[in-house]
Design a protein around this ligand. Structure first.
Ligand SMILES: Cc1ncc(COP(=O)(O)OP(=O)(O)O)c(N)n1
Ligand SMILES: Cc1ncsc1CCOP(=O)(O)O
Ligand SMILES: [Mg+2]
Length: 215
């Protein structure tokens, strides 16, 4: 985790702010490995368990099974979704998708939700794909992709409404909650802005979040 503060505190504050899912993504420069990594995962899992929030593991199916985690998130360069689905049974399976084709394949192979991005430039992933903009979300919805979609990549409190309007059901963030001392407040704001457009009269009369000509 790219946390300014101690990861346990960050997760606790994020949960207090209303985070609805936590992903353990321990990779990159300076990442913990072995026992320290396992112990951190256990500590964070316990916090999520206490809060009744799903705790999912990025990339590492072995770790997810060992911890009896709630799920796994994999990308296009990780083990195939089909094989992970087989290994994790009915645990949550999230799959990264960058195109409509990848999205359709992931769903056929058992994805419960899709992670789509980077929507905006990100400082948190060196090998991220090209920035896609919110339009990709709109395009996926227009193509009939109807599983939950989580937008990811460079999403901030000020950008979350645009992401929701384009068709995302949720957002996944790293820096917006790890590079601030106001973790709880940031999560509250993200959540508030995620749903604020539901009260927008244009949206209400239109009543179809996929029908936004701006995208
Ligand atoms: C919710 C969510 N969406 C996308 C990703 C990215 O997964 P991946 O493409 O496998 O990249 P890494 O995170 O493994 O570097 C994600 N982790 N979570
Ligand atoms: C893991 C991942 N996958 C696509 S962008 C990204 C990083 C998201 O981090 P941030 O919210 O700091 O841009
Ligand atoms: Mg991955």
């Amino acid at each position: 985790m790219n946390c300014l503060a101690e990861p346990g505190w960050v997760v606790q504050e994020a949960l207090a702010g209303g985070a609805t899912m936590v992903q353990f993504r321990e990779k990159g420069l300076g990442a913990l490995t072995g026992v320290p990594m396992f112990e951190l995962a256990c500590q964070l899992q316990e916090l999520c368990r206490h809060a009744g929030v799903p705790f999912i593991i990025n990339d590492d199916v072995e770790l997810a099974l060992e911890l009896d985690a709630d799920g796994v998130h994999i990308g296009q360069d990780d083990e195939s979704a089909e094989s992970v689905r087989e290994r994790i049974g009915n645990r949550i399976l999230g799959v990264s998708a960058h195109t409509i084709e990848e999205a359709r394949r992931a769903i056929l192979q058992g994805a419960d939700y899709l992670g789509v991005g980077p929507i905006y430039p990100t400082i948190s992933k060196d090998d991220a794909h090209a920035v896609q903009g919110p339009a990709i979300l709109y395009e996926m919805r227009k193509a009939g992709i109807d599983v939950p979609i989580v937008g990811i990549g460079g999403i901030t409190v000020d950008r979350v409404e645009e992401v929701a309007r384009a068709g995302a059901d949720g957002v996944a963030v790293i820096s917006a909650v790890t590079q601030t001392e106001q973790v709880r407040g940031a999560v509250k704001e993200l959540k508030k802005n995620m749903v604020s457009f539901l009260n927008d009269p244009i949206y209400m009369f239109d009543n179809d979040s996929t029908d936004h000509p701006a995208f």
